[in-house]
Design a protein around this ligand. Structure first.
Ligand SMILES: Cc1ncc(CO)c(N)n1
Length: 222
Protein backbone atom coordinates (compact mmCIF):
# COMPACT_ATOMS: atom_id res chain seq x y z
CA UNK A 1 0.00 0.00 0.00
CA UNK A 2 2.09 2.91 -1.25
CA UNK A 3 1.59 6.64 -0.89
CA UNK A 4 0.96 9.03 -3.77
CA UNK A 5 1.17 12.79 -4.27
CA UNK A 6 -2.53 13.23 -3.52
CA UNK A 7 -1.89 11.85 -0.03
CA UNK A 8 0.22 14.96 0.60
CA UNK A 9 -2.57 17.34 -0.42
CA UNK A 10 -5.04 15.29 1.64
CA UNK A 11 -2.73 15.44 4.69
CA UNK A 12 -2.77 19.25 4.61
CA UNK A 13 -6.12 19.71 2.93
CA UNK A 14 -7.11 23.05 4.50
CA UNK A 15 -3.77 24.74 3.77
CA UNK A 16 -3.75 23.35 0.23
CA UNK A 17 -7.25 24.70 -0.52
CA UNK A 18 -6.35 28.07 1.12
CA UNK A 19 -3.40 28.26 -1.32
CA UNK A 20 -5.22 27.14 -4.50
CA UNK A 21 -8.34 29.24 -3.82
CA UNK A 22 -6.62 32.27 -2.25
CA UNK A 23 -8.28 35.69 -2.68
CA UNK A 24 -5.37 36.76 -4.88
CA UNK A 25 -6.18 33.86 -7.24
CA UNK A 26 -9.93 34.53 -7.20
CA UNK A 27 -9.45 38.24 -7.89
CA UNK A 28 -6.98 37.46 -10.66
CA UNK A 29 -9.60 35.14 -12.16
CA UNK A 30 -12.51 37.59 -12.03
CA UNK A 31 -10.31 40.56 -13.03
CA UNK A 32 -10.85 42.53 -9.80
CA UNK A 33 -7.25 42.23 -8.54
CA UNK A 34 -5.74 45.72 -8.06
CA UNK A 35 -3.04 46.31 -10.67
CA UNK A 36 -0.59 47.41 -7.97
CA UNK A 37 -0.96 43.99 -6.30
CA UNK A 38 -0.33 42.15 -9.54
CA UNK A 39 2.69 44.31 -10.32
CA UNK A 40 4.15 43.81 -6.83
CA UNK A 41 3.60 40.06 -7.12
CA UNK A 42 5.16 39.93 -10.61
CA UNK A 43 8.30 41.73 -9.44
CA UNK A 44 8.76 39.48 -6.43
CA UNK A 45 8.05 36.41 -8.53
CA UNK A 46 11.02 37.31 -10.74
CA UNK A 47 13.31 37.04 -7.66
CA UNK A 48 11.45 33.93 -6.53
CA UNK A 49 11.98 32.17 -9.87
CA UNK A 50 15.71 32.81 -9.83
CA UNK A 51 16.04 31.10 -6.43
CA UNK A 52 13.75 28.29 -7.52
CA UNK A 53 15.90 27.68 -10.58
CA UNK A 54 18.83 27.36 -8.13
CA UNK A 55 16.81 24.84 -6.11
CA UNK A 56 16.27 22.70 -9.24
CA UNK A 57 19.99 22.95 -9.91
CA UNK A 58 20.52 21.64 -6.37
CA UNK A 59 18.16 18.77 -7.23
CA UNK A 60 20.30 18.04 -10.30
CA UNK A 61 23.40 17.99 -8.09
CA UNK A 62 21.67 15.58 -5.67
CA UNK A 63 20.49 13.22 -8.43
CA UNK A 64 22.05 9.75 -8.26
CA UNK A 65 20.52 8.42 -11.50
CA UNK A 66 19.97 9.68 -15.03
CA UNK A 67 16.19 9.51 -14.53
CA UNK A 68 16.48 11.77 -11.46
CA UNK A 69 18.84 14.10 -13.28
CA UNK A 70 16.39 14.36 -16.20
CA UNK A 71 13.55 15.26 -13.85
CA UNK A 72 15.58 18.01 -12.12
CA UNK A 73 16.64 19.27 -15.57
CA UNK A 74 12.98 19.34 -16.63
CA UNK A 75 12.06 21.58 -13.68
CA UNK A 76 15.04 23.86 -14.30
CA UNK A 77 14.18 24.16 -18.02
CA UNK A 78 10.54 24.95 -17.27
CA UNK A 79 11.55 27.80 -14.97
CA UNK A 80 14.36 29.26 -17.06
CA UNK A 81 12.97 28.75 -20.59
CA UNK A 82 9.20 28.86 -20.12
CA UNK A 83 8.45 30.92 -17.01
CA UNK A 84 11.36 33.36 -16.75
CA UNK A 85 11.37 33.98 -20.50
CA UNK A 86 7.68 34.85 -20.47
CA UNK A 87 8.05 36.67 -17.18
CA UNK A 88 10.52 39.29 -18.40
CA UNK A 89 8.34 40.06 -21.44
CA UNK A 90 5.28 40.07 -19.28
CA UNK A 91 6.84 42.53 -16.80
CA UNK A 92 7.73 44.93 -19.60
CA UNK A 93 4.07 44.91 -20.75
CA UNK A 94 3.21 45.90 -17.19
CA UNK A 95 5.74 48.75 -17.27
CA UNK A 96 8.50 46.96 -15.36
CA UNK A 97 11.84 47.07 -17.20
CA UNK A 98 14.65 44.50 -16.89
CA UNK A 99 16.78 47.18 -15.19
CA UNK A 100 14.05 47.71 -12.59
CA UNK A 101 13.89 43.94 -12.03
CA UNK A 102 17.64 43.75 -11.49
CA UNK A 103 17.45 46.43 -8.79
CA UNK A 104 14.55 45.01 -6.82
CA UNK A 105 14.68 44.61 -3.08
CA UNK A 106 13.57 41.17 -2.00
CA UNK A 107 10.41 41.05 0.14
CA UNK A 108 10.52 39.04 3.35
CA UNK A 109 7.88 36.58 2.08
CA UNK A 110 10.07 35.88 -0.97
CA UNK A 111 13.12 35.36 1.21
CA UNK A 112 11.29 33.10 3.63
CA UNK A 113 9.88 30.80 0.97
CA UNK A 114 12.92 30.49 -1.31
CA UNK A 115 15.41 30.06 1.52
CA UNK A 116 13.17 27.49 3.21
CA UNK A 117 13.20 25.38 0.06
CA UNK A 118 16.95 25.71 -0.42
CA UNK A 119 17.62 24.87 3.24
CA UNK A 120 15.28 21.86 3.14
CA UNK A 121 17.09 20.63 0.05
CA UNK A 122 20.51 21.17 1.56
CA UNK A 123 19.84 19.36 4.79
CA UNK A 124 17.55 16.65 3.39
CA UNK A 125 17.66 14.24 0.47
CA UNK A 126 16.35 14.50 -3.09
CA UNK A 127 12.80 13.53 -2.11
CA UNK A 128 12.67 16.19 0.64
CA UNK A 129 13.73 18.75 -1.94
CA UNK A 130 11.19 17.69 -4.58
CA UNK A 131 8.41 17.71 -1.97
CA UNK A 132 9.42 21.25 -0.95
CA UNK A 133 9.30 22.26 -4.64
CA UNK A 134 5.98 20.52 -5.38
CA UNK A 135 3.54 23.26 -4.23
CA UNK A 136 5.18 25.52 -6.80
CA UNK A 137 5.10 23.44 -9.98
CA UNK A 138 2.07 21.31 -9.16
CA UNK A 139 0.21 24.09 -7.35
CA UNK A 140 0.32 26.63 -10.18
CA UNK A 141 -0.79 24.01 -12.73
CA UNK A 142 -3.68 23.12 -10.43
CA UNK A 143 -4.51 26.81 -9.89
CA UNK A 144 -4.80 27.40 -13.66
CA UNK A 145 -7.12 24.39 -13.95
CA UNK A 146 -9.15 25.46 -10.91
CA UNK A 147 -9.56 28.97 -12.34
CA UNK A 148 -10.78 27.55 -15.64
CA UNK A 149 -13.39 25.50 -13.78
CA UNK A 150 -14.90 28.57 -12.03
CA UNK A 151 -17.86 30.29 -13.69
CA UNK A 152 -16.59 33.61 -12.27
CA UNK A 153 -13.29 33.42 -14.17
CA UNK A 154 -13.00 35.82 -17.11
CA UNK A 155 -10.82 34.87 -20.06
CA UNK A 156 -9.57 36.77 -23.08
CA UNK A 157 -9.52 40.54 -23.48
CA UNK A 158 -11.98 41.01 -20.59
CA UNK A 159 -9.25 40.01 -18.17
CA UNK A 160 -5.93 41.92 -17.99
CA UNK A 161 -4.42 38.86 -16.27
CA UNK A 162 -5.43 36.42 -19.02
CA UNK A 163 -1.84 35.84 -20.18
CA UNK A 164 -0.89 34.76 -16.67
CA UNK A 165 -3.55 32.02 -16.68
CA UNK A 166 -2.50 31.06 -20.22
CA UNK A 167 1.10 30.53 -19.08
CA UNK A 168 0.10 27.99 -16.44
CA UNK A 169 -2.51 26.17 -18.51
CA UNK A 170 -0.02 25.88 -21.41
CA UNK A 171 0.88 22.42 -22.67
CA UNK A 172 4.51 22.89 -21.67
CA UNK A 173 3.73 23.84 -18.07
CA UNK A 174 1.04 21.16 -17.67
CA UNK A 175 3.42 18.51 -19.08
CA UNK A 176 6.14 19.55 -16.60
CA UNK A 177 3.57 19.31 -13.81
CA UNK A 178 2.51 15.80 -14.94
CA UNK A 179 6.14 14.64 -15.12
CA UNK A 180 6.72 15.93 -11.57
CA UNK A 181 3.58 14.16 -10.33
CA UNK A 182 4.73 10.87 -11.86
CA UNK A 183 8.20 11.24 -10.36
CA UNK A 184 6.70 11.95 -6.92
CA UNK A 185 4.15 9.11 -7.14
CA UNK A 186 6.95 6.64 -7.98
CA UNK A 187 9.13 7.81 -5.05
CA UNK A 188 6.29 8.04 -2.52
CA UNK A 189 5.13 4.50 -3.31
CA UNK A 190 7.65 2.91 -0.97
CA UNK A 191 8.12 5.35 1.91
CA UNK A 192 7.21 4.31 5.46
CA UNK A 193 4.40 6.03 7.40
CA UNK A 194 7.01 7.81 9.58
CA UNK A 195 8.82 9.10 6.50
CA UNK A 196 5.52 10.16 4.95
CA UNK A 197 4.79 12.24 8.07
CA UNK A 198 8.14 14.03 7.71
CA UNK A 199 7.41 14.72 4.05
CA UNK A 200 3.91 16.03 4.79
CA UNK A 201 5.41 18.49 7.23
CA UNK A 202 7.69 19.85 4.50
CA UNK A 203 4.78 19.97 2.04
CA UNK A 204 2.61 21.83 4.53
CA UNK A 205 5.36 24.36 5.36
CA UNK A 206 5.95 25.09 1.66
CA UNK A 207 2.21 25.40 1.01
CA UNK A 208 1.84 27.87 3.90
CA UNK A 209 4.71 29.91 2.44
CA UNK A 210 2.88 29.96 -0.92
CA UNK A 211 -0.17 31.38 0.93
CA UNK A 212 2.07 34.09 2.41
CA UNK A 213 3.38 34.86 -1.07
CA UNK A 214 -0.16 35.56 -2.37
CA UNK A 215 -0.90 37.60 0.73
CA UNK A 216 2.25 39.64 0.16
CA UNK A 217 0.85 40.55 -3.27
CA UNK A 218 -2.52 41.59 -1.84
CA UNK A 219 -0.98 43.58 1.04
CA UNK A 220 1.90 45.03 -1.03
CA UNK A 221 4.13 44.03 1.86
CA UNK A 222 7.88 44.17 1.53
C1 LIG B 1 5.45 31.95 -5.76
C2 LIG B 1 5.39 31.07 -6.93
N1 LIG B 1 5.03 29.78 -6.77
C3 LIG B 1 4.99 28.96 -7.84
C4 LIG B 1 5.29 29.40 -9.10
C5 LIG B 1 5.21 28.49 -10.30
O1 LIG B 1 6.44 28.23 -10.82
C6 LIG B 1 5.67 30.75 -9.23
N2 LIG B 1 5.99 31.28 -10.45
N3 LIG B 1 5.70 31.56 -8.15
Amino acid sequence: MGYRFTDLTTACHDDWRAYIEHDFVRQLGNATLPEASFRHYLKQDYLFLIHFARAYALAAYKSPTLADLRQAHEGLKTIVDVELGLHVGFCSEWGISEEALAELQEARATMAYTRYVLDTGNRGDLLDLHVALAPCLVGYGEIANWLNAQSTTLRGTHNPFDAWIAMYESEEFQAAMQAELEWLDARLADVTPARFNELSKIFRDATRLEIDFWQMGLDLSD
